[in-house]
Design a protein around this ligand. Structure first.
Ligand code: AMP
Length: 289
């Protein structure tokens, strides 16, 4: 049953007051950071917090510092009223929706950079992106002071970066990774899927299929991985993907590219389809998630 409409808070001061009240009540708090345009993937993270008995705080903030100059900051879907309604419907407790000025007041000069984990995969293709993410997530974790914060494995490199950042900075919030929520044809839910034309949406379903088959081949011992990954790229190109930033098999913890499955590994893809950049990843062990 939906509860009362959750408050929409826009200042750090008001947020602190509300959170302090909850703490006095002895509540546990779960934070779900998002950029809005909420879909079932986001709502699954919210349900995880609720299932853990936490008061669910969703942050909705399209963070300008994680977009490159030629990326889609301006076009990114913004639909706050619909987001609040969806969040309220499943029993969410508080919407934290600061303005850009509240998040980055004049004179803002501090940045958080996580090295190593950001060297590969999306790092070189999106300069500054992970610094923008690490900085805003550090702020969100300190603003909300949640017991746990929930992130999707859909953005697996981001999850690893945030986990390391929270550990390295002794931020006491537990970071929880949640498996990717997919459409029935396997496409990972993403706010950016709204950019896809009907034709592109059909082609997009080939991405999870090629990924599953490539992961299965790697698991079956087919080698070298370089040949499997080139074949996957060729299949994606053939259905209209391009440019393909990477198709790569990497260690699930360090994110370093690997040549064998001696340790847990995942298959990662980033590729453009028309004007939409899609990213996805799956574990190799089960070739599903
Ligand atoms: P975003 O609003 O796209 O920045 O995503 C906010 C959070 O939702 C991030 O932790 C994402 O990894 C997570 N998320 C996005 N899509 C999915 C999905 N399909 N399944 C699970 N989590 C997701």
């Amino acid at each position: 049953m939906p509860t009362a409409h959750p408050p929409i808070v826009r200042t750090v001061a008001a947020l602190r007051d509300l959170i302090a009240q909850w703490r006095r009540d002895g509540a546990r708090i779960g934070l779900i950071p998002t950029m809005g345009a909420l879909h079932e993937g986001h709502l699954t993270l919210v349900r995880c917090a609720l299932a853990a008995g936490e008061r669910a705080v969703v942050s909705i903030f399209v963070n300008p510092t994680q977009f490159g100059p030629n990326e889609d900051f301006g076009a990114y879907p913004r639909r706050e009223a619909a987001d609040v309604a969806k969040f309220a419907e499943i029993g969410g407790h508080l919407v934290w929706a600061p303005t850009v000025d509240e998040m980055y007041p004049t004179g803002f000069a501090t940045h958080v950079a996580v090295s190593g984990l950001t060297d590969g995969l999306c790092g070189p293709f999106r300069p500054g992106h992970f610094q923008g993410v690490a900085t805003v997530v550090a702020k969100l974790l300190l603003q909300v002071q949640a017991d746990q914060a929930y992130f999707g494995q859909k953005d697996y490199q981001q999850l690893q970066v945030v986990t390391r950042m929270a550990r390295d900075l002794d931020i006491p919030t537990g970071i929880v990774g949640v498996p990717t929520v997919r459409e029935t044809d396997g496409l990972a839910l993403s706010s950016r899927n709204v950019y896809l034309s009907a034709e592109e949406r059909q082609a997009a379903a080939q991405l999870p299929r090629v990924m599953r088959e490539t992961a299965a081949a790697a698991l079956a011992g087919e080698a070298p991985f370089a040949r499997l990954l080139e074949a996957a790229k060729a299949r994606l190109s053939a259905v209209g993907f391009g440019p393909i930033d990477y198709v790569s098999i990497n260690d699930a913890e360090t994110l370093v590219p690997v040549e064998s499955l001696a340790r847990p590994a995942r298959l990662f893809v980033a590729a453009r389809l028309g004007r939409t950049r899609l990213i996805d990843n799956i574990p190799i062990e089960t070739a599903a998630a």
